[in-house]
Design a protein. Sequence first.
Length: 525
Amino acid sequence: MPLKNADQFSTIIKAKIEKYAKGATISEEGKVISIGDGIANVTGLDNVMLNELVQFENGSFGMALNLEADFVGVVMLGEFENINENSIVKRTGKVVSVPVGDTLLGRIVDPLGNAIDGKDAIVAEKFMPIEKIAPGVMARQSVTQPLETGILSIDSMFPIGKGQRELIIGDRQTGKTTVALDTILNQKGKDVYCVYVAIGQKNSSVAQLVRTLSAKDALAYSVVVSSTASDIPALKYIAPYTGVTIAEEWMSKGKNVLIIYDDLSKHAVAYRTLSLLLRRPPGREAYPGDVFYLHSRLLERACRLNDENGGGSITALPIIETQAGDISAYIPTNVISITDGQLFMMASLFNAGQRPAIDAGLSVSRVGSAAQIKCIKQMSGSLKLELAQYRELDAFSQFGSDLDAETKKILEHGKRVMLMIKQPQNQPLHQVDEAVMLLTVKERLIKWIPMENFDNFKTQLLVHIQKSPLRAELEKKLEFDKELTDKWIADLKQFIKTYILSIKDYDISKYGLESELNQVEAKKK
C-alpha cells in the first residue's frame, strides 16, 4: 500500500521501535575510574538511581550513594581488593533491598539479609527496599498501650508505649544493652516481634547475646541483624535501615514490633567515615550529608499506625554511648531531640551496685502514664518525688551527721526504695507483681525490713505475691479499688510479720510494728 505522506511513515516507524523496545533489555555499564578505602568512583552509569545496587566484574556489589555530574560514588558492600581501574560495573536496576517476613524469625543475618548463623540460606518470598519515607501524621495514632519491659523502675517511672521511641543513653559499661535485652526477654508470650540490630559490636558480644536469647526461648520471636566491628563502614551504615525494614513488614500486617539499635554512636561514626571518603559534608552543614537527617529518617519510621492502616506499631529503643556522661554532645543531643524520652544510665550508680543504674533525675518518658495500666499508675505516682527527695537529702547528709527525725525517715525510706527497684539482669517481672511491689513502697510497709535482709525479703515477697489468691483478682481488674487495696495491705502486713519473726534477733518493737499488726489482727476478728 503506498504511503500518503511522511507522517504516516513516521507513525509506522515509531510503532516498530516500540514493539522492539518492549522486548529489549537495556543494560548499562560503566567503568571504575578510582577505588580505595571501600569507595569506588564510577563513570558511565548516567541513569543510576540513588541507593541502587551495582555489580562489579568480580561479583561484589556496591551501593550508589553519591550522584555527581561526571561520576557516581559507590560504597562497596563486599570484597574490593581485586577491583582495579577500568573494571566493568553493571547496573542491576534495583535499589538495595532485603528479605522480609516470618522466615527471618530466629535467624541472625547480615545487613544485606544473608544468613550468618550457619543454618540454611534464607528463602524469602518478599524483598523490600531499605530506604522508605516514614508514615505520615494522618496514618498514625496516639501511643496508649504499654510495652512492658519487666523492669520495675522503667515500668513505674518511665513507661514505654507501643510506637514510642525511648533513647537509652549512658557511658560505656553502664548496662544499656542489658536493659534492651531484658525488654526483649519480657516480650515472650505477648505477641511482640523483636529485632536487635548490632552496629559495630564485638563478635563475641553478639554471640553472647544470641546465646542468652536462645537459652530463654526468646530467639523464636526475634531476629538479629549483625554488623560487627570488623565489617566495612557501608555495612554498618545500612544495618539499622535493614532492621527497621524487616520490622515494617510486620507492622504493616498489624503486628507490634520492638527494635533495638545498639548503638547509634557507632552508626554515626561509620556514616561520618563514608561521608569524608565520598567528600560530602559529614556534620550539620547540608543535605544529604547531615547526621541529624541520618537518624531522624530512621527513627521516624517507628510509630503506631491507626486502625485504617492496620494498627501495627514499631517501638524503637536506640542506644547512644556518651563520653564521661556528656549528654550535651553533638550526637546525643541529635537523638534526644528525635526521641520521645530517654533513660539515662549513670556510671556512679552502676559502680555503687545499683542495677539498672537509671538516673531518675535526668531520665524522662514524654508519653508518661498514657502508656501504663491503671494499677501501676495508681501505685507509682509519688515514686519519682520520693527518690528526688532522697537524692537531695542524701547529698546534704554527707556534710553533717546531726539530722532531724523526719530527714532520717526520708533517708531510710529512700534507701529501701532504691533496693526495691534494684533488679537482677534477665529476670523481668510481670506488671501485676510490679504493682503489688509498688504498693509496699507507697504504703511504707517496707520500713520494717532490715537493710541486710532486703534482697532475701524481695525474693520471698515475689513468691508470696505469685501464690496469693488475691493476684488473680488484680490480674482481672488491673486496678486497685478500695476493697482490693485493703485486702492486699492486710495480706502483706501479715506476710511481713511472718517474715520478720523468722529473722534471728529481730526486735519487733523497733519500728512499732507490733501495735500495727495487732490492729490488723483485731480488724480481722
